[in-house]
Design a protein around this ligand. Structure first.
Ligand SMILES: [Zn+2]
Length: 313
């Protein structure tokens, strides 16, 4: 009996073991399968991942190359732009230089025309050996207003282009209470000869000291005046003693007038009353450098011909 029970128990136990083993085997199989599947999946995923990574890297490389190319292109364009900017600047510079040259040439031509249109005699130095032709006459003369004259009823003429400068100078002298008055202006060759004859009759050979060849040429130009004052009248030889004379020494250059024969000059006798128009530029140069017209060489004087009638420096 015992053995039957034992056998049965053993059998049951064996069955149970088989059952357990069977289940365990099944479970193991299941897990193995699952594991294989997961591994396979993982493999597949990692292959896919690797492939995608390669693709991405490829794309990134392409993008990088593309960016590099664009950078290179931008650098190239910047270079081109810089070149173009330089070229443009060069061209502008050339154009400007050209415009400046045209302007300079224009100015030079204008200056040449001005010089050509200006009577060169008006800035000549005259002496006992170089004086004006007896037929010379200024291009245009105009009458000096009577209130600027010592003798109101006389007709005294002046070079038409010098008249505005003379009028302005007289007005300025009036305004400062040291009025100048004109006693003599343009004198033709004939008038001068007659005057000289009168002097010679009065003073004999000494007349040359008053009215020698040198001085008459300047009056024949029409740019020269002899000055006096209302008070002094015809006694103009004493003009140096007047305040008007001091005013002239300090201010005449601003109106283009100079004293031709100042005290101590080497070319002629002292004539404080005798003032010649040489233009503001030259008169100012002489004033500023404490020089006199007849001390300059003719070549230097001639450089002022184009500016003779300029109303400013
Ligand atoms: Zn004179």
């Amino acid at each position: 009996m015992k053995s039957i029970i034992l056998k049965t128990l053993i059998s049951l136990f064996s069955l149970a073991i088989f059952a357990v083993l069977g289940y365990a085997g099944y479970q193991y199989q299941q897990i193995s399968n699952e594991l294989a599947r997961v591994n396979a999946e993982n493999d597949s995923n990692s292959r896919l991942g690797a492939k995608q990574t390669v693709e991405y890297q490829g794309n990134i490389k392409q993008l990088e190359d593309s960016i590099k190319q664009k950078d290179a292109y931008i650098t190239f364009l910047e270079g081109e732009n810089a070149d173009l900017t330089r070229s443009l600047a060069d061209e502008r510079g050339k154009t400007q230089g050209f415009e400046e040259q045209v302007s300079i040439i224009g100015k030079t031509i204008a200056e040449i025309q001005k010089i050509q249109n200006t009577d060169a005699e008006l800035l000549k130095k005259y002496s006992k050996v170089y004086f004006l032709n007896e037929n010379y006459k200024p291009a245009a003369l105009t009458t000096i207003p009577s209130d600027e004259l010592v003798e109101k009823k006389r007709i005294i003429e002046i070079h038409a282009k010098v008249a505005p400068f003379l009028n302005a100078m007289v007005a300025a002298s009036n305004a400062t209470g040291t009025p100048i008055r004109i006693i003599s202006g343009f004198r033709s060759y004939e008038e001068q000869r007659a005057l000289k004859t009168t002097y010679q009759v009065t003073y004999g050979a000494g007349a040359n000291k008053f009215s020698a060849d040198q001085g008459y040429s300047e009056h024949q130009l029409g740019t020269t005046v002899d000055l006096s004052t209302e008070k002094l009248g015809l006694a103009y030889t004493q003009f140096a003693e007047t305040k008007a004379y001091q005013w002239m020494l300090n201010n005449a250059y601003q109106y283009g007038f100079i004293i031709s024969y100042p005290k101590g000059n080497k070319s002629y006798q002292y004539e404080p009353w005798h003032w010649r128009f040489v233009g503001i530029a030259l008169a100012t140069y002489l004033h500023d450098n404490n020089m006199y017209f007849y001390d300059l060489d003719q070549r230097t004087i001639d450089t002022y011909l184009g500016k003779l009638f300029d109303d400013h420096i």
